[in-house]
Design a protein. Structure first.
Length: 389
């Protein structure tokens, strides 16, 4: 008579065993590899403990460089074919460590997403600890080429999976490999945009240049997109990796080829040469002139002129958030914001925009961003409210 095994137990008893708090996640994972029946019992219990909501098709994944993490279980899962939401938090990149550990995590996430039939929203947090870290921001040609291939591959895989909203947070990997020249470079625009906007202009690379101390090759993070699968409508840039080269090329390509109408940029997290941001924003405006919803968060006084110029180049904006950390009032171009319906901004900015009462003919709602810690006296609201009334 054959010996009884774990799989001979009734399903109800197996569920009761696997749900015991003393049973480790590692044991659940190992059990899911034994056979299909245990896989279908153990893995849902593992997911319920580790941030994966099967009912809502949502996963919050904290990656780990050495031990088992939820992505390991998702990679072996036989019953998940699509996801509504994926939020992936990468370990803090040690400045002393090689970039290879992060590249491995990028490959793992790409392998999982590539087999999904669809994914709706994705959030990538490239640094779980420091929002302003500059770890691994420099690298030679070889390292930069690897980063461009793996990071660009993951981002394009996400878009080609049908993602509608992509958010990238933190991280500064390989963002100091280029520098901004005295003039912005039309060469850095994707070829299609360059031909459209500057058909007769010479194409000398007079803008972004490699830092010679790190390499000489012009390596870019290109977007490999399938137009029929490009449903991306919202892009939220809270990481400098997609604002400056080499990631800027991917951002410009996506803004040009995808139906993006919503763009957010967290300016304060994009620390670097002020010239870089003043170079980048006009390129984005040229690549995506049909944006309708724009948020510029924590814009400091040294970047406000560039921010205003950027917004003024987008005639179709209906929803605008301007979070000027220390508003420096100046008059806006009279032709800007004619289509604006909803506005969120500090009182001083609202007052400035209503200097000409005809400047916002379509406005319907206004929300003032007011921080008592920096503006403790309510009278800072009086002038803006008076200008609206």
């Amino acid at each position: 008579m054959p010996h009884a095994s774990l799989t001979d137990l009734p399903t109800e008893l197996l569920v009761n065993i696997f749900e015991q708090p003393t049973l480790s996640s590692e044991t659940l994972y190992s059990s899911a590899l034994l056979c299909r029946r245990l896989h279908l019992i153990a893995l849902p219990i593992y997911f319920s403990r580790n941030g994966v909501d099967l009912e809502n098709k949502s996963a919050i994944i904290e990656l780990h460089p050495v031990r088992l993490d939820p992505l390991s279980a998702l990679q072996i899962c036989l019953f998940i074919s699509s996801m509504k939401h994926i939020s992936c938090v990468f370990p803090h990149p040690s400045c002393a460590a090689s970039l290879d550990a992060l590249l491995m995590q990028l490959r793992r996430l790409r392998a999982f997403i590539s087999r999904l039939s669809a994914v709706e929203t994705v959030i990538l947090n490239l640094d779980s600890i420091h929002s302003h870290s500059w770890c691994q921001s420099i690298g030679n040609d070889k390292v930069l080429k690897k980063w461009a291939r793996h990071y660009g591959g993951l981002l394009s895989c996400i878009v080609n999976a049908g993602c509608t909203s992509l958010t990238v947070i933190n991280g500064a990997q390989l963002t100091e490999t280029y520098r901004a020249g005295p003039h912005w470079s039309k060469l850095y625009l994707p070829l299609a945009i360059r031909r459209l906007l500057f058909p007769l202009h010479d194409s000398r690379p007079n803008g972004f240049k490699r830092r010679r101390s790190q390499g000489t090759k012009n390596i870019r993070l290109s977007a490999s997109l399938s137009p029929c699968f490009s449903h991306l409508t919202s892009l939220h840039l809270l990481s400098t990796t997609l604002i400056v080269p080499p990631g800027l090329d991917w951002t410009l390509s996506v803004l040009h080829h995808c139906p993006i109408t919503t763009l957010s940029i967290h300016m304060f997290r994009i620390k670097g040469d002020t010239r870089m941001r003043r170079t980048v924003l006009p390129l984005m405006a040229a690549a995506a002139p049909n944006l309708t919803t724009v948020s510029l968060i924590e814009v400091h006084h040294w970047d406000q002129e560039a921010a205003i110029s950027f917004v003024a180049q987008l005639p179709h904006i209906t929803d605008l958030t301007l979070d000027f950390a220390t508003p420096h009032v100046r008059q806006w171009p009279s032709s800007a914001l004619k289509a604006l319906i909803n506005l969120r901004a500090p009182p001083a900015v609202v007052d400035d925009l209503f200097f000409d009462r005809d400047s916002l003919p379509s406005i319907q709602s206004i929300a003032m961003i007011w921080e008592p810690s920096t503006h403790p006296y309510p009278d800072t609201l009086i002038d803006p409210i008076s200008s609206i009334a």
